[in-house]
Design a protein around this ligand. Structure first.
Ligand SMILES: [Fe+2]
Ligand SMILES: [Fe+2]
Length: 247
């Protein structure tokens, strides 16, 4: 559990050693897990748990935009993966909402949670995009496990390496797939998987600026900034701004 020596970041915690604690959802079942009891035992006079800005992360502006999250918070590898997916969708001449869905599809992996990343990602963006874009982000999570030869989508070779060649999705995922397959927006989610670039590329200068126009037309950026607009998901964006808050 790293302690950060910079004490300047948050009113009321100046001059104190600020400890970070990994969230239990990230550590349960792993060697990194520390129980609540173990964490509290680390408290001492002058040593507290971090609340607010972590000096190990770049500061966010007061009214953060989607671009700020891409540049200052999301894991760079994942951000680049989404930019490459969006670029591929745009190069294929697909509709701008599909390009946007590709740009957003793994946002939860990059900044929030891996498990059920399509669902978390869809919730994050739902107030700001069309219902169909949010649906496509949510359902790509299920569709990527199922081939559709009619549109040239095969089960990803990368998944053999990720999960093992004999991995098979569990029953609840197969059930969800049948519903998605029959949905009128099926192809919107399928296009996300088709453009999900599994050959992860190096940084070739791809930048969020390439998609500012698409985002400007199809993502309702709140004037107060993401995390501060009072929306039902504002807390999720603030969690990415301050991922190390103890509570
Ligand atoms: Fe994904
Ligand atoms: Fe992806």
């Amino acid at each position: 559990m790293p302690a950060h020596p910079d004490h300047t970041a948050w009113p009321g915690q100046e001059g104190l050693e600020r400890m970070t604690a990994l969230p239990h959802v990230a550590t349960l079942g792993t060697e990194d897990h520390a129980s609540g009891e173990e964490l509290l035992a680390r408290l001492a006079p002058g040593r507290v748990f971090m609340m607010g800005d972590n000096p190990a992360l770049p500061p966010m502006p007061a009214r953060p935009t989607l671009a700020d999250f891409f540049r200052l918070r999301l894991d760079p590898f994942t951000a680049r993966h989404m930019l490459h997916s969006a670029r591929r969708a745009r190069d294929l001449g697909l509709d701008e909402p599909v390009v946007l869905a590709c740009l957003l599809h793994d946002i939860a992996v990059g900044g929030l949670l891996r498990s059920h990343h399509g669902h978390w990602g869809a919730q994050l963006v739902a107030p700001y995009v069309s219902e169909e874009v949010a649906w496509a982000v949510r359902q790509h999570e299920v569709l990527r496990f199922f081939a559709d030869p009619s549109v040239g989508y095969d089960y990803p070779d990368a998944y053999d390496a990720f999960f093992g060649p004999d991995y098979a999705p569990p029953a609840h995922v197969r059930d969800a797939y049948r519903e998605v397959r029959a949905h009128r927006w099926y192809m919107s989610a399928r296009l996300v998987t088709i453009n999900d670039v599994y050959t992860f590329q190096d940084d070739d200068g791809v930048d969020f600026a390439e998609f500012e126009d698409v985002v400007g037309r199809h993502f309702r950026q709140p004037a107060e900034g993401l995390g501060f607009d009072g929306s039902p998901v504002a807390h999720m964006w603030r969690t990415m701004i301050w991922p190390n808050n103890f509570l």
